[in-house]
Design a protein around this ligand. Structure first.
Ligand code: FNR
Length: 355
């Protein structure tokens, strides 16, 4: 048997460590409690009148929910991606694959990615790479998946902590070039990997012409911690307070929108989300879609496809039910509700105001 390459080994370890963290509640920061929604006692709606379908990148999706980037490149990834793609196809959800950079050195591992398109033939699929890859390679990957969009992950904090990480972060020119070339045909989504985005990052991305951002805030999937577990010599500092949560990142996005009066970007809210109520709060705060990775990984690792479908159907029923209970027929209605922010979040907004 051939030994797995360093990249394959890393992918296996990411799954194992991320799952271990997901099960440790002390890693969860209750960022969502800081946003409360003022509800109507006379909702005047019915569940049947809730409609959450929308168009995204020229395709219809049933819910503003997507399976976010995780894996590919190993046998285990093939099984996980296959199950997740079947789940995505059943509920008509968009799905992102994990980083496809591994295919540069090991193109024979492509089936662990292409299984997603095979099992979700009509659906929205996002390819995924780092910002430092050449245009030709990005185009090749998009073709391989017949991808509807390309997530470009921005993972400086992960590279910093990764034992074999690359610490040249000269990405903005490369990202601008990807946007000016690939981005003209296939939408680019600039994506964090679990550390959130500040207002200045969002403004910079807009200035580069990027119109889709995935905020991916702090979550139990903390890639500094994950890479730290893979190091022979652990990092000296504690980075558990590094980065912004998805809630803080959504507030930053609103800040940019109000200050720069830019055309609104499509905002993919992700990072630390696992329940319908958390998802609703992110949409109320301006997210256009809500993404989850660790939640879906946990489902795929512990359940067969039938059980996954049953569990996620219950998730969606509750999600839709919240809309009706709040008197909302769609995401636009949800945005009309008053939100009450905790003193900590008010303080955050005051300190980070771009004005
Ligand atoms: C990830 N994530 C990720 N992101 C990315 O852009 N490319 C990638 O290859 C990976 N790989 C990966 C592997 C595993 C096992 C996990 C759990 C996650 C990050 C992911 O897309 C997301 O940004 C963070 O996990 C935060 O969201 P959750 O997990 O809290 O929903």
């Amino acid at each position: 048997m051939t030994q797995p390459s360093q990249q394959e080994q890393r992918k296996k370890e990411h799954i194992a460590i991320a799952e271990r963290f997901y099960r440790q509640p002390e890693f969860a920061r209750d960022q969502f409690a800081g946003v409360r929604i003022s509800h109507p006692s006379l909702p005047d709606t019915t569940l049947a009148s809730v409609h959450l379908e929308q168009m995204l990148f020229n395709k219809t999706i049933n819910y503003p929910i997507y399976i976010n980037a995780m894996t590919g490149g190993t046998n285990q990834a093939l099984v996980i991606n296959q199950k997740l793609a079947q789940l995505a196809a059943h509920f008509q959800l968009p799905m992102a694959v994990g980083s496809m950079s591994i295919l540069k050195k090991e193109p024979e591992l492509a089936t662990s990615f292409t299984t997603v398109r095979e099992n979700h033939p009509e659906g929205l699929i996002f390819a995924n790479i780092g910002a430092d890859h050449p245009v030709d390679f990005a185009i090749e990957l998009i073709k391989l998946l017949n991808a509807d969009a390309l997530q470009v992950h921005l993972n400086a904090a992960q590279e910093f902590a990764m034992p074999e990480g690359d610490q040249d972060y000269l990405w903005s020119k490369k990202l601008a070039h990807l946007q000016a070339t690939v981005g003209q045909k296939t939408p680019l989504i600039a994506k964090e990997v679990g550390f959130g985005m500040s207002a200045s990052t969002i403004a910079q991305l807009l200035a580069l012409g990027i119109q889709n951002i995935d905020l991916s805030g702090i979550s139990r999937t903390n890639f500094i911690e994950i890479e730290n577990h893979r190091r022979k010599t652990a990092l000296i500092s504690d980075y558990s307070d590094f980065g912004l949560t998805v809630i803080e990142s959504l507030l930053e996005r609103l800040n940019v929108q109000q200050t720069l009066k830019q055309q609104p970007v499509i905002t993919f809210a992700s990072g630390g989300i696992s329940t319908p109520w958390q998802a609703v709060k992110c949409l109320a705060l301006g997210g256009d879609l809500v993404g989850m990775s660790a939640y879906f990984l946990h489902l795929a690792l512990h359940h067969d496809l039938d059980e996954m479908m049953t569990l996620f159907a219950a998730w969606l029923t509750e999600f839709k039910g919240i809309f009706a209970m709040l008197g909302c027929r769609n995401v636009a209605d949800l945005r009309q509700l008053s939100l009450i922010l905790s003193p900590e979040l008010i303080n955050f907004v005051q300190q980070t105001d771009l004005d």
